[in-house]
Design a protein around this ligand. Structure first.
Ligand SMILES: [Zn+2]
Length: 229
């Protein structure tokens, strides 16, 4: 696998005892964790301990993710996605039930990654139906995602929440349409009392990141790209 961030031809494997990541790029030093599964994906991907994962998200020390699905029958990789770390927010991590008293690790709480809650911009396909996509297209998408990268978890939460709603809109949409999510977003962010201002702020970020165009008078247009799925 090449490095989808800088294009270096091959990532290297970390020694097995390193817990946080599986691969790194010898050129740009970016780190990758791989999740893989035989058979179909489903909307959730089981991960390790819930607390550890939440800590990693908030520490900004998270590796990027390779998410892979393979077929043992066909002996090939069916699907593979790159998910940049800055698409990880607490709401995509689902707490599993604690293991029962009889279990070897009683009380241990694992988590699931809700792949379906990651905005499409953060689920960058590398292989689809067993066919690797053009490397330049993959890197173009990575660079596009980089433009809406945020370091603070709070900012990221708002940005991805609004991005998800924008993704649900038609190509042309209005501010009023986005305001219809006001109460839903207010519930998600109870500390914030000016949800409409927050929505407008995220729209500016999305405009600066090249995701939406401002047409004036509360009208917007989504920016399509040839490789948009
Ligand atoms: Zn690299």
């Amino acid at each position: 696998m090449y490095c989808p961030v800088c294009g270096w031809p091959s990532v290297e494997k970390f020694p097995n005892n390193r817990a946080a990541a599986d691969f790194y790029c010898p050129h740009c030093r970016n780190e990758y964790e791989q999740k893989s599964k035989a058979g179909a994906f489903g909307p959730t991907i089981p991960d390790g301990a819930y607390d550890t994962f939440m800590q990693r998200i908030s520490s900004n020390n998270n590796p990027d993710f390779f998410i892979m699905q393979y077929s043992l029958v066909k002996m090939r990789v069916e699907e593979m996605y790159f998910v940049p770390k800055y698409f990880f927010v607490p709401s995509i991590v689902e707490k599993r039930k604690a293991l029962s008293q009889n279990a070897k690790r009683a009380g241990w709480v694992g988590c699931n990654i809700r792949f379906d809650r990651i905005p499409i911009q953060g689920r960058i396909p590398i292989i689809l139906d067993g066919v690797p996509l053009n490397k330049n297209l993959v890197m173009e998408r990575v660079q596009r995602a980089e433009k809406i990268r945020t370091e603070s978890l709070e900012t990221r939460g708002w940005l991805l929440d609004v991005l998800q709603r924008v993704n649900q809109m038609d190509e042309y949409f209005t501010l009023e349409q986005l305001y219809s999510f006001e109460s839903e977003l207010a519930k998600k962010h109870p500390d914030n009392h000016n949800v409409r201002a927050k929505i407008r702020q995220q729209l500016q970020r999305l405009r600066d990141g090249g995701e939406v165009l401002f047409l004036g008078r509360g009208q917007y247009k989504k920016v399509k790209q040839s490789f948009h799925l």
